[in-house]
Design a protein around this ligand. Sequence first.
Ligand code: HEM
Length: 356
Amino acid sequence: MLHSVYSWVDERLGLEELLHFAQKKAVPEHRHSFWYYWGGISLFFFLVQAVSGVLLLLYYRPGPDAYESVRQITYDIHFGWLIRSTHSWAANLMVVAVFVHMFSVFFMKAYRSPREFGWWTGLGLLMVVMVFGFSGYLLPMDELSFFATKVGLEIPASTPIIGPRLAALVRGGLEVNEFTVQRFFALHVVVLPALFIPLLGFHLWLVQKHGNAMPPSEEAKPVEARRSIPFFPNFLMKDLAMWLISLNVLALLAAVFPWDLGQPADPLKPAPTGIHPEWYFMSQFQVLKVLGQWFPGAAGEILGILLFTGGLILWFLIPLYDVRQKGWRRATYATYFGLLVLAGLVITTLWGYAAL
Ligand code: HEM
């Protein structure tokens, strides 16, 4: 019975071909293979976000009622707190996973030809993920999210000429209020998913097309000394085991440390002390703060914006600089640059927390 159903579907969809393809596809196995899991872990957290986000949508109301609806989700609706906690924790874990994935891809030099578009689409995904986080943070409209967004929007607002207009456009006026929530909501549930999903599809298609890159230490070995395992079922099983571990970590965090809801935002109150953005914006926040103190007026902020934009452009262009044929010197400089970026992000983030 099962066999005839399978043959019926196979005749129409070509399942056998797909299976054959998945069995032929091989994943390199070496002492850095652990890092291949992180793209899949990022994908897992994205799926969790999509499911928990739809569940939150059943009760969340953007606009003037936003805080009250999140209060109901947290305290009145059965398991609402768990869904909200899962969504907030998974958002943070996803950013962690995406950063680990990006740096592991970087240090394995997986951005090199023919995978440049994998790198560029990945950077696009990272930016969308960060805007997802930023826009989601405001949605509960509690004190912390309100003031952090207000402070956060002052950064783009300090860009010369276009900054103030851009900030007003994003805010929906001169102040952060229910119109901002409405805009951030549209961004969070319509615009960003509409950008993210096709970009992710392209990213994954590229991985299918080129397969997983080998780090230079493996590439240097003769072909017969390289090892690999079939994607299906061997690597897929390992991938799923990592998803299971990720699910456990997420469940533990969401249940044991439920996501907090502060007091409702009150624009007339002074900002509470120690207001700060989410941890993945802390580095930019701290650099801008310090440069603002060193160079009073707009100069410090402009310098900070130039520094981050310049760094991002170099990061984007790395596959065009570190090309295999150009030899070890460029490869080494690229690795140093990656270490510098990583150390810079970690140090300025910790510094930001220490200075609160
Ligand atoms: C939500 C964000 C992302 C998701 C869901 C995602 C997903 C994936 C998956 C499933 C793979 C194949 C498995 C692996 O090699 O880890 C992969 C590979 C890759 N990703 Fe991402 N990725 C994301 C963000 C990024 C970012 C931020 C970058 C870098 C800027 C990036 C660059 C790459 C590259 C170059 C590969 C090919 C790696 C190789 O050939 O070994 N990705 N991605």
